[in-house]
Ligand binder design. Structure first.
Ligand code: TYD
Length: 218
């Protein structure tokens, strides 16, 4: 149930799949068509969310428990829903989020083994019934994506790498869980081959988004 009149889109995918680049491209394209587009990112997105992000992702925070991790991802999300997503949708805008509850389903629910039910229940508590209309899941071989992500982290001197640093087996479970999700909800969750060129991927994403667009107000 989406209690709002705007359009909510999310980007999902394994590490290094190029989802942030594609999100910027589609946002620019939609703005070019005259839509108001609000972009947000998880964890983060808000001032409070950025602080939660650093607790979650800082590589030094090895002792963070799986339950605390789960709850912090939802704390960041609840703040983003209240502060950014719900108001923008109520105003009729397009909202695009770089990751949302599907990330928690696959990383914490599946790869960490906490299960689907607890994630769905926390979503119910945190998200005001707001759910994405379309989820673009960028799919890539784990090895290629991790190599990309890790070299980017090194170059940027990024220390928010606690999740990137998880084992290959963990990231394989993440990818498998995205595939399972796409099979479970084929209408909403679309797997996009991120191994293709940037323009090709952007064109595929465009063709999935365009049918959902309402005529814009201006
Ligand atoms: P980030 O550096 O933003 O990576 P990416 O560019 O791949 O999105 O880090 C976010 C990390 O947090 C990423 O490894 C996925 C993970 N994550 C979860 O485990 N659960 C969640 O609910 C969310 C939103 C992200």
């Amino acid at each position: 149930m989406t209690a709002a009149k705007g359009l909510f889109l999310t980007f999902e995918g394994v590490e290094g799949s190029g989802k942030s680049t594609q999100m910027r491209l589609v946002a620019g394209r939609l703005r070019g068509l005259g839509h108001t587009v609000v972009e947000t990112v998880e964890p983060g997105g808000t001032r409070i969310g950025k602080q939660i992000r650093s607790i979650l992702l800082e590589a030094a925070h090895q002792e963070l428990s799986a339950t605390a991790e789960l709850l912090l991802f939802f704390a960041s999300r609840a703040q983003a829903v209240d502060e950014i997503i719900a108001p923008a949708l109520a105003a009729g805008h397009i909202v695009i989020s770089d990751r949302f509850t599907d990330s928690t389903l696959v990383y914490q629910g599946a790869a960490r083994g906490l299960g689907r039910d607890v994630v769905i229940e926390l979503d119910r508590i945190s998200c005001q019934g707001i759910a994405p209309k379309l989820t673009l899941c960028l799919d890539l071989e784990i090895e290629a994506g991790l190599a990309r992500a890790r070299s980017r982290n090194r170059q940027a001197g990024d220390t928010e790498t606690r999740l990137d640093d998880e084992s290959l087996a963990f990231h394989r479970k993440v990818r498998q869980a995205y595939h399972d999700l796409a099979q479970r909800e084929p209408e909403r969750v679309k797997l996009v081959d991120a191994g293709a060129g940037i323009e090709e991927v952007a064109a595929e994403i465009g063709s999935l988004v365009e049918p959902l667009l309402a005529p814009c107000e201006n």
